[in-house]
Design a protein around this ligand. Structure first.
Ligand code: SF4
Length: 436
């Protein structure tokens, strides 16, 4: 904190670009509105949103409506939005075997998906995952109930990675279910290692089975050398244990500066984020202004400052500015939540989890299943069901439209100021904030 402390910012007009880290929650919305009230031109600003789900085809950690909400706010305010993510998001990271998945972002002007350069490890893991999948015969996958069709390969990196998301899901599932001990026994039993998958070597000879088994063991071992997660984030203050904030937000953000031409060099950038001292003991000690971790004034003539512009605001000031602009806050507030961020944030209180169970019962059951599969509980001490216990759901039913938006994911620019503005039910209801 001391080494990066910054005494003062440049005058706002001296920055070439002002980036607001925009989760869709009330505090980051307050930052955007505050900058507009200070007269910062819209064309100088960009809203950056990190999609925590990273396009995972089946699993979600965040509210289904968040992506549409942030797009609608950006469109309504006339400010460029840049969405970025780590491929396969939170759940891909939970079940990751091998190096971390690539970081991608949407070019706000062309709509194209771009990818940050891959490390050697990431490239090697991608090849190994592909090899493992190729080793598994399609009939075997079908025998396991996974009827996935692989999209055609393309020379275009973005397209290839998009299509490979489907494979990644297969890879996650298949690799997880590989039993190394059974694989090793192929030689003696001459049996393919997937339960109920194939009858009497109908599809391949014992030699081929052995060859495939050996190759799987070899490649799986190599893949594990590149790293693996296979656990849920810990409720801790540091990014290492609470890996979700670091891997899916901070690292995703950091990678972008060097990859976007206009931000890579000879530029002055101000990053604005919405942490408030009132939220937690940790945040109460944050610097208001500091040198951002991606500052590279010597190497790239890139100056990056960070400003927590609402750090000393209390919750009343936050709601006041949103009321002044008559903007509908994220629908989760009307449904009774006091903080937004990830829907199933690991720091959620029992009453929030009871709310998730009420609105999204399948999601709740999936997390219970994850705890069983991983042998790791989301709470540091007890399984989810026990943690929630008989807590009363936090869901407030006074605003049916907000509940519909929250569960259906529907939200467009016409919804931004559609309703008469009222303070949402979740305002001032404690649980001020977690680390994100
Ligand atoms: S700490 Fe909570 S809000 Fe932050 S990334 Fe993890 S789950 Fe999401």
């Amino acid at each position: 904190m001391e080494t990066i402390y910054l005494d003062r910012l440049l005058p706002l007009e001296d920055y070439d670009k002002i980036i607001v880290l925009f989760s869709g929650g009330k505090d980051s919305l307050a930052c955007v509105l505050d900058l507009l009230e200070r007269g910062v031109p819209r064309e100088k600003m960009e809203l950056w949103h990190h999609d925590i789900d990273g396009g995972h085809p089946t699993r979600k950690m965040d509210w289904p409506v968040t992506q549409n909400y942030v797009r609608a706010i950006a469109e309504y305010l006339g400010i460029t939005l840049r969405v970025s993510w780590r491929v396969n998001g939170f759940w891909g990271e939970v079940y990751r075997i091998g190096a971390s998945w690539p970081i991608q972002y949407e070019d706000p002007f062309s709509g194209e998906t771009l990818e940050c350069p891959l490390s050697e490890k990431q490239l090697r893991s991608a090849r190994l995952r592909e090899k493992i999948l190729n080793d598994l015969e399609r009939e075997e996958l079908e025998g396991m109930g996974l009827r996935m069709k692989f999209p055609a390969k393309s020379g275009n990196l973005a397209t290839r990675w998009c299509s490979s998301i489907l494979k990644i899901m297969v890879a996650d599932t298949v690799i997880r279910s590989l039993d190394l001990e059974e694989l090793k026994s192929i030689g003696s039993s001459q049996r393919f290692p997937f339960k109920g998958s194939i009858a009497n070597g109908r599809y391949c000879s014992p030699n081929l089975k052995r060859e495939v088994g050996d190759s799987l063991i070899r490649n799986l071992d190599l893949l594990k050398q590149d790293g693996q997660r296979m656990k849920l984030p810990a409720k801790s203050g540091c990014h290492q244990g609470r890996w979700c904030s670091g891997s899916l937000k901070a690292q995703v953000e950091s990678k972008l500066y060097a990859d976007i031409d206009a931000l890579a060099q000879n530029v002055k950038i101000l990053v604005v984020s919405g942490e408030r001292r009132q939220e937690s003991a940790g945040r109460s000690k944050y610097n208001e202004m500091e040198v951002h971790r991606t500052n590279a004034t010597i190497k790239a003539h890139r100056l990056v400052h960070q400003w927590r512009s609402v750090i000393d605001w209390d919750e009343t000031e936050v709601w006041d500015i949103i009321r002044r602009w008559q903007i509908t806050p994220h629908p989760c507030y009307a449904a009774g939540w006091n903080r937004c961020s990830c829907m199933m944030c690991i720091f959620s209180l029992p009453t929030h989890w009871a709310g998730i169970r009420e609105l999204f019962p399948e999601r709740f059951m999936e997390v219970e299943e994850d705890e069983r599969v991983l042998g790791f509980t989301l709470d540091n001490k007890k399984p989810l069901a026990e943690y929630v216990g008989s807590a009363k759901s936090c869901v407030c039913h006074d605003n049916p439209l907000a509940l519909h938006q929250l569960t259906s994911g529907e939200f467009s620019v016409v919804d931004v100021e559609r309703q008469k503005w009222t303070l949402p039910a979740g305002a001032f209801h404690g649980a001020a904030g977690g680390p994100c």
